[in-house]
Design a protein around this ligand. Structure first.
Ligand code: 5AD
Ligand code: SF4
Length: 459
């Protein structure tokens, strides 16, 4: 890594699109750039370096990047020393084509090359060269995770693997993020232990498909760890209170893992388990590897293992060939599961994926109408689930002052709902404390809680 002198007091503007992996990649880029003398600015006009960390999972996200780049063209022509880079999945997918399409762009850097950013900036900064860094490797390079995301508050995200081997027919991720590669368990546990030392109480393990976590073992004698084993190791970290993980693939979620929801108190009773569709015919065309009833039996096991578990999901409507009957099956599935939270999308054909070539693409208006019907019903179910929390005691991790009223505190339940509450004069509740609150009011986006005689859990 270069000395900080050559970059002193340079400002970087970073904009991030897309998933939790991208957010985490941007955090690591922040740490790396801080270590070489950059400070972050929220104003692109004031910066010497502009980074757009991009997403290509749906066309809309990709188009946003092009319109933003259009805005930066003027800045670059006024100030040619400004360095502009596209990072992430659009960079990986477009590669050199992006440099051709955007003549004022300096760098195109795929998700597996972000740790090289310091050197790449050096290469382009005098304006004589433009670079494309999109090499993919089948192993995790030793220095890929040397700039961990900075820790700010009691919650942190830790990548445990990257890539995806599933090639669902609609999805571009296996092409942009490459094949699955897992980090070693000892390295992950070491990183989390360091975070706990700096005040972290809750960790979210992230990866495109965490259930197929399988670290490379250079020698057969090394112990075999699967995802449930990793969770058990992470749960042993003293001082860590809550463990979450995302994203789980329904076909890979094991019975051993489901049992952990009942037996390991640090694993929060909340799971994102994307179903994508309730129709077996569509699930088959998507290449998901399970039927609706197989999915529902896993949901049943989860609900039995952990009473009141909070479930969320992703659903795509308007997948090629989706009929009214297929859509009705999706509606029936959400009635049966009763998710707390649903992320639903209109199908967006992605270049290079199998589904983009399927005939019978669904008309845009039909897909929009289905999306509206699904979202309306889900809003009702979410509200009904929230109302059921009124009058119950819930453990809340205190995160800081409430957004609406700085006199009040705010935290999150195990199912990730925001709870606002006022401090008690006798208890000085601090960020990172776990408190048990009585839920007194339910609003569309938050809950209101109060201390009751059951009082403080721990601090
Ligand atoms: N069109 C619409 N939604 C998609 N997703 C992935 N690919 C597509 C696509 N081509 C959704 C899936 C996935 C979530 C992250 O994005 O629901 O779970
Ligand atoms: Fe995409 Fe399917 Fe992999 Fe998820 S599991 S990232 S939807 S290919």
């Amino acid at each position: 890594m270069q000395s900080s002198g050559s970059y002193a007091s340079k400002r970087v503007y970073i904009e991030t699109f897309g998933c939790q992996m991208n957010e985490n990649d941007s955090d690591r880029v922040r740490s790396l750039l801080t270590s070489i003398g950059y400070v972050e600015t929220q104003v692109p006009e004031n910066s010497e370096l502009i980074l757009l960390n991009t997403c290509t999972v749906r066309d809309k996200a990709e188009q946003k990047v092009y319109s933003l780049l259009g805005r930066f063209r003027k800045l670059k022509s006024e100030r040619p020393s400004l360095v502009i880079a596209v990072l992430g999945c659009v960079a990986q997918q477009q590669g050199v084509e992006l440099l051709k399409r955007v003549p004022f762009l300096d760098m195109v850097v795929g998700p597996q090359n972000l740790h090289r950013l310091g050197d790449l900036i050096e290469t382009v900064k005098d304006g004589s060269e433009r670079v494309v860094a999109t090499e993919q490797s089948e192993t995790i390079e030793a220095d890929e995770y040397t700039a961990p995301a900075s820790v700010d508050g009691p919650k942190a995200f830790v990548p445990i693997m990257r890539g995806c081997n599933n090639f669902c027919s609609y999805c571009i991720v296996p092409y942009t993020r490459g094949r699955e590669v897992s980090r070693g368990a000892a390295e992950i546990v070491g990183e989390i232990s360091g975070m706990v030392f700096r005040g972290v109480k809750e960790v979210t393990l992230i990866g495109q498909n965490v259930n197929s976590y399988a670290p490379f073992r250079p020698r057969e004698t090394e112990p075999y760890t699967d995802f449930a084993g990793l969770l058990e190791e992470v749960a042993c970290i003293d001082g860590l209170e809550r463990i979450r993980f995302v994203t789980s693939h329904p076909k890979d979620i094991s019975k051993r893992l489901i049992r952990l929801f009942g037996s390991e108190p640090k694993i929060v009773s909340s799971l994102h388990l994307p179903v994508q569709s309730g129709s077996d015919r569509i699930l088959e065309l998507m290449g998901r590897g399970y039927t609706a009833s197989e999915y529902l039996s896993k949901v049943k096991l989860l609900k039995n293992a952990s009473r009141g578990i909070s479930l969320s999901s992703d659903i795509i409507v308007g997948f090629p060939g989706e009929t009214d009957k297929d859509f009705a099956a999706t509606m029936a599935l959400i009635e049966e599961v009763r998710y707390d939270n649903l992320f639903s999308f209109k199908y967006s054909p992605r270049p290079g994926t199998r589904a983009a070539l399927f005939e019978e693409q669904v008309e845009a208006e039909v897909a929009s109408e289905r999306l509206q019907i699904l979202q309306k019903r889900q809003r009702e179910i979410s509200a009904e689930n929230s109302m059921a929390l009124k009058g119950s005691y819930i453990e809340v991790l205190v995160e800081g002052p409430s957004k609406g009223d700085s006199e009040e505190k705010s935290g999150r339940t195990p199912c990730n709902r925001v709870v606002n509450f006022s401090d008690l004069p006798d208890f000085n509740v601090e960020v990172g404390d776990l408190v048990e609150l009585l839920i007194t009011d339910v609003y569309p986006n938050s809950l209101r809680g109060t201390y009751h005689e059951r009082g403080l859990l721990c601090s």
